[in-house]
Design a protein around this ligand. Structure first.
Ligand SMILES: Nc1ncnc2c1ncn2[C@@H]1O[C@H](COP(=O)(O)OP(=O)(O)O)[C@@H](O)[C@H]1O
Ligand SMILES: [Mg+2]
Length: 307
């Protein structure tokens, strides 16, 4: 059998792509760096798709490491490519559905809520008057709120609302209001949450992120430490990953003052540089091995079906 070609999609390929390439090569497959915006939908080809960089008609598998921002039409085309690859039985990690469930924080909150998974109370709406009334009501009850961009990542664009005037000064991204109850730190002035990496239904690495600021992303300068996790955290991360239908995910978990754990968000295109530095765990190899295993299972299925 020819060497399977595993496409890594991103608009710019950096450290994560390099790590994946190395891991894929070690496993005897061929990594191909490509980008979704350069793919073509072409009904002259049997699959209807042309993916640049590969020597055969279709890749053996795909790893999605990033989708460049674009117009509604551009994103629709890129998702068309991912949906079609899955429909053609090609393993796509993570597939378009999982990406859709997580790229938009409102959809993640709904998925978690409907699956009965602990997540802070959240409200999302387009109407500013409603949003303001909601904020006023929560503040009156003694809660602070966090407003997040619907497509936010890396701790960018979040604001904490402690007074109604702060809401009045906001210019929410895309005129949508994603509001979530603020979870106060267990130790005042010391903020901490956990990032758990789930692959194939198991937690493969975990770190705690600590900061003297309430936003504890690695990319916002939080300190990351390898962390033991208890069974509740582990189960929460596994359940959250399953709820969004992801093969692998980075799950952010925070502890509430009454000692419960709750899911802040699920990332279906998670970075693992901080996790790697904190724990030394070779996440790239685990992802690559999962993909190669899926390729083998798919080929076995095709061989089997063909005889
Ligand atoms: N409801 C919340 N209560 C307390 N802290 C929060 C809350 N939501 C987010 N944070 C803080 O902000 C960080 C980024 O929020 P998150 O929802 O994970 O968005 P992003 O996609 O930008 O990482 C979290 O890791 C946490 O430190
Ligand atoms: Mg996060």
């Amino acid at each position: 059998m020819a060497t399977p070609e595993i496409v890594i999609f991103n608009d710019t390929h950096g450290w994560h792509s390099r790590q994946l390439c190395e891991a894929i090569e070690k496993l005897g497959a061929k990594p191909v760096l490509s980008s979704l915006e350069n793919c073509t939908i072409d009904l002259e080809s049997t699959s209807g798709l042309v993916i640049p960089g590969i020597s055969v008609h279709l890749p053996a598998a795909v790893i999605v490491r990033g989708i460049a921002p674009g117009s509604f039409e551009q994103i629709t085309l890129r998702m068309d490519v991912l949906h079609t690859l899955s429909e053609l039985n090609i393993p796509v990690l993570n597939n378009a559905k999982a990406i859709e469930h997580t790229v938009d924080k409102a959809r993640t909150s709904l998925k978690l809520h409907l699956a009965g998974i602990n997540t802070p109370l959240s409200w999302v709406c387009e109407n500013e008057i409603k949003a303001r009334a909601l904020v006023a009501e929560q503040l009156a009850k003694g809660y602070q709120l966090v407003i997040k961009p619907l497509f936010g990542c890396q701790g960018k664009g979040l604001e904490k609302i402690s007074r109604i005037e702060q809401f009045d000064d906001l210019k929410p991204v895309g005129d949508t209001f994603y509001l979530q109850r603020y979870i106060k730190p267990v130790n005042p002035g010391q903020w901490q949450d956990w990032r758990l990496m789930v692959i194939k239904g198991q937690v493969c690495a975990a770190m705690s992120r600590r900061s003297n600021h309430w936003i504890t992303n690695f990319s916002q300068g939080a300190e990351c430490f390898a962390s033991t996790i208890n069974a509740d955290m582990e189960q929460l991360a596994i359940d959250a990953t399953r709820a969004v239908g992801a093969d692998y995910a980075g799950v952010d978990i925070i502890r509430t003052q009454d000692n419960q754990y709750t899911v802040l968000e699920v990332n279906s295109v998670p970075a693992w540089k901080g996790l790697y530095q904190a724990t030394g765990i070779d996440v790239a190899t685990i992802i690559a091995a999962t993909v190669v295993e899926r390729v083998q299972q798919t080929n076995h299925f095709i061989d089997h079906a063909g005889h």
